[in-house]
Design a protein around this ligand. Structure first.
Ligand code: GDP
Ligand code: MG
Length: 303
């Protein structure tokens, strides 16, 4: 019988390619916020998949992108740190598009790594191939960026190719005892995930109106036995005009956001939740280091 395998897998790629969707699907439970809007995942989070033969620890990194402002810088730093010391790098791309400058940038970073972990290129969203696109053609386009990578095509959403991907990952992990208890799914717990779920619900309804200038702070989180949990949270926007949009006419928008977030929190935790949301303006918070620090987005000084 072969030995138990265990190790870390950095899941990298541009925002919106399906990293969180894939990890949630593999774990069979929602541990990471999924959003049609980029940048919902703001912290590094572990997703732990344990099978009879292996324990795979996925490190979901915030999207890599050009650092437009301080928050962007933090996100990139986190993403690059996620690459050091892992056993496998899984680079997820949107296989229904052609590689662009950002993909090229990621390919350059990967080729420049001093110690190079086993690299898998996951060609995701193959359920979305347009007319005129062929799987072979898409594979070729991306394979050219990283000739040394092993290429797997999949749909994180409908499941096609997901199992093959997991097998390829496990094959390349070292023979080792598991690092985490066999029933542990993540290292972030409800209180840390809830702000992400609220942001996700808000971005779902607000679409392009309040792009990334939205932060969520939990003000109160108390268990009230039989009736469930009481969660009070504040949504921070950057401008007065955005406040009105988030609240909506007669408070309808905030109500919709709250109800959708509450459902997600309840389905994640399996108990009732009473969620109360408020909206406040914090001018230009993305460039305010104190604000970012209070929210745990710490910008580390380069050593
Ligand atoms: P992340 O930013 O890389 O973590 O991306 P998310 O997991 O948040 O997904 C971004 C969007 O792409 C969401 O609307 C997902 O439902 C969608 N998505 C993810 N994987 C697939 C896929 O395989 N096929 C299709 N059609 N959509 C997908
Ligand atoms: Mg994500």
């Amino acid at each position: 019988m072969s030995e138990f395998r265990s190790g870390f897998v950095a899941v990298i790629g541009k925002p919106n390619v399906g990293k969180s969707t894939l990890i949630n699907a593999l774990l069979g439970q929602k541990i990471a916020a999924v959003s049609p809007r980029p940048q919902t995942t703001r912290r590094r989070q572990l997703g732990i998949l344990t099978t009879e033969a292996a324990q795979v620890v996925f490190v979901d990194t915030p999207g890599m992108h050009q650092p437009h402002h301080k928050l962007g810088k933090f996100l990139n730093q986190e993403a690059e740190e996620g690459l050091s010391g892992v056993d496998v790098i899984l680079w997820l791309v949107d296989g229904s598009h052609s590689p662009d400058a950002e993909d090229q940038l990621i390919a350059d970073i990967l080729r420049g790594l001093k110690r190079s972990p086993y690299l898998i290129l996951g060609l995701n969203k193959i359920d979305l191939l347009h007319t005129g696109q062929t799987m072979e053609g898409q594979i070729l386009l991306f394979q050219n960026l990283v000739p040394h990578a092993c290429l797997v095509s999949l749909s994180a959403l409908n499941g096609e190719g997901r199992q093959e991907l997991v097998e390829k990952v496990i094959e390349n992990l070292p023979e080792r005892a598991p690092d985490f208890p066999l029933d542990q799914l993540t290292d972030l717990y409800e209180r840390e995930i809830v702000p992400d779920l609220i942001r996700e619900a808000a971005l779902e309804y607000l679409r392009d109106e309040v792009p990334h200038g939205l932060a969520v702070r939990i003000d109160e989180f108390t268990e009230r036995g039989e009736v469930g949990a009481y969660i009070g949270a504040t949504l921070f926007v950057e401008r007065e005009s955005q406040k009105g949009i988030v609240i909506g006419e007669k408070g309808m928008m905030l109500k919709k956001i709250g109800s959708s977030a509450r459902k997600e929190i309840e389905s994640m935790s399996g108990r009732k939740v009473f969620l109360q949301l408020r909206v406040k303006v914090a001018k230009d918070w993305r460039n305010d280091e104190n604000f970012l620090n209070r929210f745990g987005f710490q910008i580390k000084k380069k050593k």
